[in-house]
Design a protein around this ligand. Structure first.
Ligand SMILES: [Zn+2]
Length: 454
């Protein structure tokens, strides 16, 4: 179905234009008359035991991390999880493809396969200190939806595609959203393959994906393989649902975030003998930037994190002459985020000047705050019913890329204490099941919405 659909689309319609930055897209407030689920959505139920078992079964593919999951993009455990995913979807009769950035697509026929599929996606790879839910719940929750639909004889009008996106976290290779960013037309396969390893080794995302056999010939971009919508379950990573006593939520939008690399270059010299006043120590400069960044968050009521600090040369007797500091700034307001960026860049310049350092700065990722699509949010909201509430995500997801293209919304699952990227990450079994049910119902609501629109 993949190649046939793609060929037809190439022949019959022009490539859809890639939308402007999400923040530029103004989403109007619309009232929705229908509070009920679509008939097919009402019929759906999911198997919470099976979902729970698979979440914990797949957690075995991890570097040692008691209670958690450490499955970095394209490592040997990631390969095992991917192989498992492939096996599961093939058993369900998927038309299966892997693209050049390693993303797995499992396409399931609908009643009318001329309609671009409705996507459910998230990621099976995790951060180094990950939990069992951030990412896997989205993919395995989607798998549970497909299984349940098959068992219950629920066939939507549009085809469904289940997606395991590669390198969402940017944990091993920078930048993050490593494959969905290519799909959204904001980067290229070449750039994604060249993404360098955060451990400063020679490995790239391209070289490591090739090593595990996950550079495929499937579609890389929206133009090659359009979808009509994207839905994703994710753990909340915050405590709004917990405080309100709600197991699930519909996600209205995301906060803004920006990443910078700051390279400082000073002068080499003997660590013991060099005169203090004549030193150009890049690590002293970098350390002052780290301190300024913490202050910046409090001054602007935002959040800041230094996520990497590389310092060279190696050796016990060397003044550190070269550093690379990677950090991110977060704010719910776009203008305030810009201000934080300007403010820290001024500080960087003055610190560099004071220490006689050369400085090079680079803004590597810039995602302004934005909203998901009202028609997609509405589908999730109706699926949540009185069990849910509206919320916002404090970070980026693959959905923040697909939302630049097509109606996209997310489902939140309640997370204990808002903890994520930690082995302590936890979502109860019942809440996982509830979130999968909401995902499936949201997709079926969206299917009905497309039908009404057509
Ligand atoms: Zn995630």
């Amino acid at each position: 179905m993949f190649s046939r659909t793609i060929a037809t689309r190439f022949a019959t319609r022009a490539a859809p234009a890639v939308r402007a930055a999400p923040a530029l897209r103004l989403v109007g407030q619309r009232a929705y008359a229908t509070a009920k689920n679509a008939p097919l959505a009402e019929k759906l139920s999911v198997n919470g035991d099976r979902l729970w078992d698979d979440i914990h079964y797949t957690a075995q593919w991890s570097a040692p991390s008691p209670g958690g999951v450490s499955r970095l993009c394209a490592d040997e455990n990631d390969k095992k999880a991917r192989d498992w995913f492939k096996e599961q979807v093939l058993a369900l009769g998927a038309d299966y493809k892997v693209n050049a950035t390693g993303t797995q697509f499992a396409l399931f026929a609908g009643e009318d396969n001329s309609i671009p599929p409705i996507a459910m996606g998230s990621h099976l790879d995790t951060v180094a200190t990950g939990g069992r839910f951030d990412g896997p719940l989205g993919v395995i929750g989607g798998l549970e939806v497909v299984r349940s639909m098959k068992e219950q004889g629920i066939k939507p009008r549009a085809p469904i595609v289940l997606i395991n996106w590669t390198n969402e976290e940017g944990a091993r290779f920078f930048p993050l959203l490593g494959s969905s960013i290519v799909y959204a037309g904001r980067s290229t396969v070449e750039q994604a393959h060249a993404a360098t390893s955060n451990d400063a080794s020679a490995a790239t995302m391209g070289s490591e994906l090739a090593k595990i056999g996950y550079v495929g010939d499937g579609p890389n971009t929206f133009e090659e393989f359009p979808i009509s919508g994207h839905f994703e379950i994710h753990v909340e990573q915050n405590t709004d649902l917990e405080k309100a006593g709600k197991p699930v939520g519909w996600v209205e939008g995301w906060e803004g975030m920006t990443w910078y690399d700051v390279h400082l270059e000073g002068e080499d010299g003997h660590a013991n003998t060099y005169n203090m006043k004549r030193r150009k120590d890049a690590l002293v400069g970098a350390s002052k930037i780290v301190v300024e960044l913490e202050k910046l968050a409090y001054d602007h009521n935002g959040r800041t994190t230094v996520t990497g600090l590389h310092s060279r040369p190696w050796g016990a007797c060397n003044i550190q002459s070269k550093t690379k500091t990677t950090f991110c700034l977060m704010h719910k307001d776009g203008a305030a985020l810009e201000k934080m960026g300007e403010s820290i860049m001024e500080k960087v310049q003055s610190i560099a000047w004071a220490h006689g350092l050369d400085v090079k700065t680079e803004r590597t990722v810039h995602l302004l705050p934005g909203n998901f699509w009202p028609e997609a949010i509405d589908c999730v909201k109706r699926a949540c019913g009185d069990k849910g509430m509206g919320s916002r995500t404090l970070t980026g997801h693959d959905s923040t890329m697909t939302t630049t293209l097509v109606p996209t919304a997310m489902v939140f699952a309640r997370a204990r204490d808002g903890v994520s990227h930690s082995p302590k990450e936890w979502t109860d079994k019942e809440d996982c099941a509830e979130s999968a049910l909401v995902l499936g119902r949201a997709v079926l609501n969206f299917d009905e919405y497309l039908k009404q629109k057509a």
